[in-house]
Design a protein around this ligand. Structure first.
Ligand code: H79
Length: 429
């Protein structure tokens, strides 16, 4: 009976992953996205620069010189761990079709570079060692594969010699290889918007993958619906806003993917986000009840840039102090804004304050609830008041953390499941 009801409410043809598994994923809150491949030899964008900044023939020959001798999977994974990240997603195959693992189904792979070692396998192994969930990015489109009908960005007329049915078999073979060899926790699809790929193909692939591993989490970029939401027709388990923070959503799981620099793949001297930007982005995603997949593009020799490792470590140091206000919490009860973001767990509300420009933080009252205690997380008590339809915190002294100060409001009853207050969220007088 229950099962039937669930089937009826599910989007057509879709199979949802066990909600407990999705809840475990959402508790993690922060992951590392890694975009990497031979294109780093040119320092241009992965996939997109092919046939644009880099000619197609040059791009497709780069693998012959790709020799990242300084690649050390343990170092990458330890960098993620030290950043407080709980999962890691590697671009096993981006739109350019190059495969970072020794696939049996294409020679356009890492074993045909001078490097000749399995990058995906090494990362899967290190993730296991460090207790990080290992995830795989795989683009549906493949501008390099002869059977995929469009051979570069901008190519509008499908290649009559291509064979989408054969390409679907190729995808299934590769994904079976990836699932059975590396046991990914999650699959991050992309490149689903081009015309050769259809909704029926997506539904069929989702079902195929779920037969291989019923617990593998799959993002919402298989079907032809919007990345942003989980509306009818969505194929996949969670929404994927790209390069911006998703909107607060207590119902549908989501993960924002955002670059630490500007380009997804490594670019020399790329502009890097400041620590406050990173922390505020993390707090605002958690405050909206979502995850953050923060992207780094390692260099062609296999190292991550020292300045990026340092920034990630700073994020980890902040999380060591304040992680209890992020991991395993829910967003709300107020909508995040440019001043602060809120999370909650049991009877606690965590207030992440980005800017202290006045003497008071004023919040709307939560009808029926009262603050019993307020304090800086890891610090002293903070005076609080209830008046009219507002409650406030007194801030007439220096805040403890210049990047983002976290207050705890202990309430008289659990607030984890109360409806979100959408109007006026926070204000400093
Ligand atoms: O893998 C990363 C991107 O390469 C991929 N998704 C993330 C996770 C992605 N594929 N498509 N898009 C993102 C959106 C396309 C944006 C574009 Fe453009 C605007 C393509 C061409 C114009 C970005 C900006 C690339 C070139 C300029």
């Amino acid at each position: 009976m229950n099962g039937q009801a669930q089937l009826q409410s599910a989007p057509s043809g879709n199979i949802h992953t066990d909600p407990k598994i999705i809840a475990g994923f959402m508790d993690k809150r922060l992951g590392l996205f890694i975009h990497w491949g031979p294109v780093t030899l040119r320092g241009t964008e992965i996939g997109w620069s092919r046939n644009h900044q880099v000619s197609q023939s040059d791009y497709d020959s780069l693998y012959k010189e790709f020799n990242p001798v300084l690649f050390d999977a343990d170092q990458w994974v330890k960098t993620a761990k030290d950043a407080g990240m709980k999962y890691l997603t590697i671009t096993a195959k981006h739109h350019d079709g190059f495969c970072l693992w020794p696939t049996a189904f294409s020679t356009y792979n890492i074993m045909h570079t001078p490097y000749k070692k399995d990058i995906v396998g090494a990362l899967a192994k290190s993730c296991k060692k460090y207790g990080i969930q290992f995830c795989i990015y795989y683009s549906v489109l493949d501008w390099h594969h002869p059977d995929y009908p469009l051979h570069n960005d901008g190519k509008k007329v499908p290649d009559p010699l291509a064979d989408m049915e054969k390409y679907r078999v190729y995808m299934k073979n590769q994904l079976k290889e990836l699932i059975t060899q590396y046991h990914p926790y999650m699959l991050w699809f992309d490149g689903n918007w081009e015309s050769p790929w259809t909704q029926d193909m997506a539904t069929d692939l989702y079902q195929y993958l779920k037969k291989l591993d019923k617990n593998v989490i799959i993002n919402n970029r298989l079907g032809k619906t919007s990345d942003e939401g989980m509306g009818p027709g969505t194929v996949g388990d969670y929404a994927t806003p790209e390069q911006h923070i998703g909107q607060l959503n207590m119902k549908d799981p989501w993960e924002s993917c955002i670059t630490l620099c500007e380009q997804w793949a490594w670019k020399p001297n790329d502009a890097m986000k400041s620590l406050p930007q990173c922390i505020q982005t993390l707090c605002s995603t958690a405050g909206g009840n979502g995850n953050l997949l923060l992207n780094v593009g390692p260099m062609p020799d296999g190292r991550m840039e020292a300045r990026q490792i340092k920034r990630l470590k700073e994020i980890g140091d902040w999380l060591k102090q304040y992680g209890s206000s992020i991991y395993g919490t829910k967003g709300g009860p107020f909508v995040p804004d440019s001043i602060c973001a809120f999370t909650r767990k049991d009877n606690k509300i965590y207030v992440h304050l980005f800017h202290a420009t006045g003497s008071q933080l004023v919040m709307p009252d939560l009808p029926g609830f009262r603050i019993t205690k307020a304090y800086f997380l890891k610090g002293e008590a903070v005076p609080f008041y209830h008046y009219g339809d507002h409650m406030s915190l007194e801030l007439h002294r220096n805040l403890p953390d210049p990047v983002c100060s976290v207050f705890v409001l202990e309430m008289n009853a659990p607030v984890e499941n109360i409806p979100v207050i959408i109007k006026i969220t926070s204000k400093i007088d």
